[in-house]
Design a protein around this ligand. Structure first.
Ligand code: NAD
Ligand code: UDP
Length: 318
């Protein structure tokens, strides 16, 4: 049994990670400032005596005694990370320095949740870990893209100079229950719009692509990476199944049986035109590949959504 810190543990991916680590018998400390996460995401873990929730902003130092750190704290949706871009940079730079400082002091193993955004609008397709990317350093996405690139740099420098035991995963688009329904990301937007029979908002002409990984697969990959010996990464974790946004919209309409129509809105600045992970390294080093495909993942998601809607309507009924 280990004592494990999950920063951003009350967020979408972090909450599933906390849940899985508890299931495996570990002690889990969840650190979150609730900017985009919520206590609701971890409410069901509160009764577990091995779970602790701390409200804390990682841009400020903290002293904790732990064996491992999963460093996930950072808003991930473009709407959220652009809300206060300077804070996004602070979270990635000062927050990552603080968490690497904890790892250095107590000799904890440190895993950074980086992102496919380090590849920017990629000119190499699919993207292998060896690709250095094509990122606009001054655009509206750069607070996140460059923030995560510096977080990777810091992680490598603490490893080289201070011998911190580190790991870097580069997460590609991940979806599942507990994504904030108003977070502006494509999967949550399309599903919410479809369930309400509202217009499905495609940005641009819908020809841009993304590859979507179900959250259980991603959490499994992150835990395998933390356990791996003699491999620090970076390693891509994502589902190589690539879709255009138009295909995604049609899939969502089909799976939800919605009456929604498609409407087209302007493409946001620097929106990557394509994205697909090359996951050969994860397969070779971690024996990991995703198991859940999009239609299956959406069915779980839909089930959870209707349960949540039902529960909410029971709760608010007068
Ligand atoms: P999320 O927004 O649901 O979770 C992020 C969590 O971090 C939230 O609970 C938020 O309150 C917390 N947080 C933000 N700033 C903080 C701060 N300064 N101090 C303490 N807590 C803070 O997003 P997510 O989708 O769960 O993403 C989690 C991590 O995975 C992020 O680092 C993100 O960059 C990375 N990632 C996610 C995806 C994806 O598709 N979901 C893709 C690539 C990378
Ligand atoms: N997108 C869209 N409609 C929406 C939300 C997003 O067409 O309502 C597009 C967006 O322009 C991008 C893709 O979907 O091309 C994925 O967007 P998301 O914000 O989920 O993630 P990211 O761009 O960070 O991969």
């Amino acid at each position: 049994m280990k004592r494990i810190l999950v920063t951003g543990g009350a967020g979408f991916i972090g909450s599933f990670l906390c849940e899985k680590l508890l299931e495996q018998g570990h002690e889990v400390i969840c650190l979150d400032n609730f900017f985009t996460g919520s206590k609701r995401n971890v409410m069901h873990l509160m009764d577990n005596h091995r779970f602790e929730l701390i409200r804390h902003d990682i841009t400020l130092p903290i002293y904790l005694e732990i064996d491992q750190i999963y460093h996930f704290a950072c808003p991930a949706s473009p709407v959220h990370y652009q809300y206060n871009p300077v804070k996004t940079v602070k979270t990635n730079v000062m927050g990552t320095i603080n968490m690497l400082g904890v790892a250095k002091r107590v000799r904890a193993r440190f895993l950074l949740a980086s992102t496919s955004e380090v590849y920017g609008d990629p000119q190499v397709h699919p993207q292998p870990e060896t690709y250095w990317g094509h990122v606009n350093p001054i655009g509206t996405r750069s607070c996140y893209d460059e923030g995560k690139r510096v977080a990777e740099t810091l992680t490598m420098d603490y490893h080289r100079k201070s011998k911190v035991d580190i790991k870097i995963i580069r997460i590609f688009n991940t979806y599942g229950p507990r994504m904030a329904l108003n977070d502006g990301r494509v999967v949550s937007n399309f599903i919410t719009q479809a369930l309400k029979n509202q217009d499905i908002t495609i940005y641009g002409d819908g020809s841009q692509t993304r590859s979507f990984c179900y959250v259980d697969d991603l959490v499994d990959g992150a835990i395998r990476m933390m356990a791996a010996e003699n491999f620090i990464g970076p390693v891509n974790l994502g589902n190589p199944n690539e879709f255009t946004m138009l295909e995604l919209a049609e899939t969502v309409i089909h799976l939800t049986g919605s009456r929604s129509k498609i409407c087209y809105l302007p493409l946001p600045e620097d929106d990557p035109s394509q994205r697909q992970p090359d996951i050969r390294l994860a397969l070779e080093k971690l024996d990991w590949e995703p198991k859940v495909e999009l239609d299956e993942g959406f069915l779980y998601f839909d089930e959870m959504l209707s349960e949540a809607t039902e529960e909410a309507s029971r709760y608010f009924r007068v």
